[in-house]
Design a protein around this ligand. Sequence first.
Ligand code: DMJ
Length: 455
Amino acid sequence: MHKRITIPVLLLITGMLLPSCQRPPVYGDPETADAVRREFLHAWNGYKTYAWGHDALKPLSGGWRDWYGASLLMTPVDAFDTMVLMGLQDEAEEAKRLIIDSLGFDHDFDVQVFEVTIRLLGGLLSAYQMDGDPRFLTLADDLGRRLLPAFGSATGMPYRYVNLRSGAVRDGVNNPAEIGTLMLEFGTLARLTGNDVYYDAAKKAVQEVFSRRSQIGLVGTQIDVETGRWVNPQSHISGMIDSYYEYLLKAWLLFKDGDFLDMWKPSIESVNRYLADERENGLWYGSADMNSGERTATRFGALDAFFPALLALGGESERARDLQASCLNMWRLHGIEPEQLDYTTMTVLHPAYPLRPEIMESAYYLYTYTQSGEYREMGRMFFRDLIRHCRTEHGYAALRSVVTKEKSDGMESFFLAETLKYLYLLFADPSVLDLNEVVFNTEAHPLRNTWQQKP
Ligand code: DMJ
């Protein structure tokens, strides 16, 4: 049985301690960090050669893909702060020039509010904080203004899509992740521009989800933003809910707004009570009905592997360690992790691997907090397997199947924003970035509280 670790949580609650490294990290592993940096350059050079100015590289055909009717520079915006952290000044400079010269948001098409917020708004805000050029903030402010109409539903929870030019909205059946994962970006934008409207809109949206939690404290998978009724009552920590929980804790840490801590504490308690599933083969988190708490599925996958990092950040180091051990078994099953498996039988339900970062993110947090070499060992294995199975002549490719290792023609921008960033930070000298000084948004863009004096 797991005991809750109360002292760090208590200190966290009283604001005396950020969830911090118990022992400050001392040594980097420069050889592996350099190797990760070389692979980042390989993927970035592929983007430069075949997809320059577009949203994403097609790493098999050597082509490009735009998400909408025109490019929003997803890859360069998402990758910029990784380049800065890796010390790739020339590449950062060329990405910055492209962004400043050609990124604009006056387009007559609908964008997905969540994706554009975590990748672009988050990327522009961290770019501004790391580089200091006010043009990044101007772009962020313009984007934020165009996304705001999304919050104009009867409940204040955002629609999933908004037209960047007209502000017209669509798709009122949304989910906790897409509703609740806007706070760090809109809140930071508010603090940096002095426009509180951003903070208030994003905060109200989160509160509206929280206030509709069930009597046992769980949220469902889908909710109607007009009526406020749950459309799908399945509860889990996976896609469509995952980063809702992540932002409850992180919004508290970044803004020191106690309302978020008051939502995080009962939420994580219910999640641990009803979703955690102790099996002979380890600790997992499955699905349950949000009202009865009855187990409805025993699925777990690559996206869920963010949870050890979140548990560690919340001070629950034992659970974090045990769940990361399960994630490692999931990875080892086929030498790379599937999108979803049934953890009771360890059979693959969805075999794809779209270059996801979550398992590396958790290894990085756990290494930072424990300094245990096992997490770097894991990282070396993840890195080797990525090279073995996903590297192509032009970059890195998603896998259609982790069983057959057949590739597909996509390299999501989060591969450069997150996967390689977390791997790099796992091995880099700790002076590159202090985890206690930043809060990562869910796309691994580090945000800093620059607006509050430290005591
Ligand atoms: C990223 O866009 C973010 O990490 C998001 O929270 C979940 N999905 C991808 C990475 O897997």
